[in-house]
Design a protein around this ligand. Structure first.
Ligand SMILES: Nc1ncnc2c1ncn2[C@@H]1O[C@H](COP(=O)(O)OP(=O)(O)OP(=O)(O)O)[C@@H](O)[C@H]1O
Length: 234
C-alpha cells in the first residue's frame, strides 16, 4: 500500500503546527498551523505576501521551517532527510503551480505520462493511463499538442492530470487558476473538485480568489504569516 496508515481515522493526514520561517529579515511565517484530512480540500487564502506559498512549500517538504512541525501520516517531515522528501513528492504528493510548468518540448500526453515513466512504468502503459486522466480533465483532444499550443485552461487541466496520474494522497495547488479568466478558472475548479472527490485525494489549495476558495470544503486565512480560520479576527 502506497499511503502510510496512521491507524487513527480521526488523525489528519497532513498537519502543520506553529510554523515559523524567516528569509533574511522577512518573517514569512510567524506561527502557522493547518490540518488536512484525507480526501479534504482546504483553501489557504490571504493577501499577497501573507505567507501562503511558504506554508504550502513547508507542507510539501520543499522548504524546511525554522521551527514548528509538519507531520504527514504521522511522519515528521521537517526533520526528514532530503531523499525521503523527494520520494514522497514522487509517490504521495502531486503539484500544480500557477503556470502549469509543463515541459514545453513534450506533447500534452507525454507530459502527463512522464511521472509514471519516472516511477518505472513502460511508455505504452504510461501513455494509456495518462490518456484516461486526460479524458477525465477534458483535454484528450489536445493530447498531441505542445503546451505552447494550448489555451491557459487546457494547459492547467493537463497539469492537473499530470499531478493526479500517479494516484497521490495529497495534491498541492499554488494559485492553479491565477493565470486564467473566470470562465476557465471555474472549469478547472469544477473538474478538479469532481475528480478528487471520486479519487479520495486531499487538496491543499493556495488562492487569493474568493470564488476559487469557495470550491474548497474549508478555508484557512493567513495574515502576516499567522493562520486563523477564515473570517476570524479579521
Ligand atoms: N525564497 C525567498 N526569499 C526571500 N524572501 C521570500 C522568499 N519566499 C518568500 N519570501 C518572502 O516571504 C513573504 C511571504 O511570501 P509568500 O510567497 O509565502 O506569500 P504569498 O502569500 O504566497 O504571496 P503571493 O500571494 O504574492 O504569492 C513575502 O514577504 C516574500 O517576499
Amino acid at each position: 500500500m502506497r499511503h502510510t496508515d496512521t491507524g487513527d481515522a480521526a488523525a489528519p493526514l497532513l498537519a502543520a503546527s506553529d510554523l515559523v520561517k524567516t528569509y533574511g529579515g522577512t518573517e514569512a511565517l510567524r506561527g502557522a498551523s493547518l490540518d488536512l484530512r484525507a480526501g479534504e480540500t482546504v483553501a489557504v487564502t490571504g493577501a499577497s505576501g501573507s505567507g501562503k506559498s511558504t506554508l504550502l512549500h513547508c507542507l510539501a517538504g520543499m522548504v524546511r521551517p525554522d521551527s514548528g512541525t509538519v507531520r504527514y501520516a504521522g511522519e515528521r517531515l521537517e526533520e526528514a532527510p532530503e531523499r525521503r522528501l523527494s520520494e514522497l513528492r514522487r509517490t504521495d504528493f502531486g503539484m500544480v503551480f500557477q503556470f502549469g510548468q509543463l515541459i514545453p518540448e513534450l506533447t500534452a500526453l507525454d507530459n502527463v505520462a512522464l511521472p509514471l515513466m519516472l516511477g518505472g512504468s513502460g511508455r505504452t502503459e504510461a501513455r494509456e493511463r495518462a490518456g484516461t486522466w486526460m479524458e477525465r480533465f477534458g483535454v484528450w483532444g489536445q493530447r498531441e499538442l505542445r503546451p505552447g499550443q494550448m489555451s491557459g485552461g487546457q494547459a492547467q487541466r493537463t497539469a492537473l492530470a499530470r499531478a493526479l496520474v500517479t494516484g497521490p494522497a495529497v495534491v498541492f495547488a499554488d494559485e492553479p487558476t491565477g493565470a486564467l479568466d473566470s470562465l476557465a478558472s471555474e472549469r478547472v475548479m469544477t473538474v478538479l473538485t469532481q475528480t478528487v472527490r471520486e479519487s479520495g485525494t486531499a487538496v491543499l489549495l493556495v488562492t487569493h480568489d474568493a470564488l476559487v476558495a469557495a470550491y474548497a470544503d474549508r478555508e484557512v486565512a493567513l495574515r502576516d504569516g499567522v493562520t486563523a480560520p477564515a473570517g476570524v479576527g479579521v
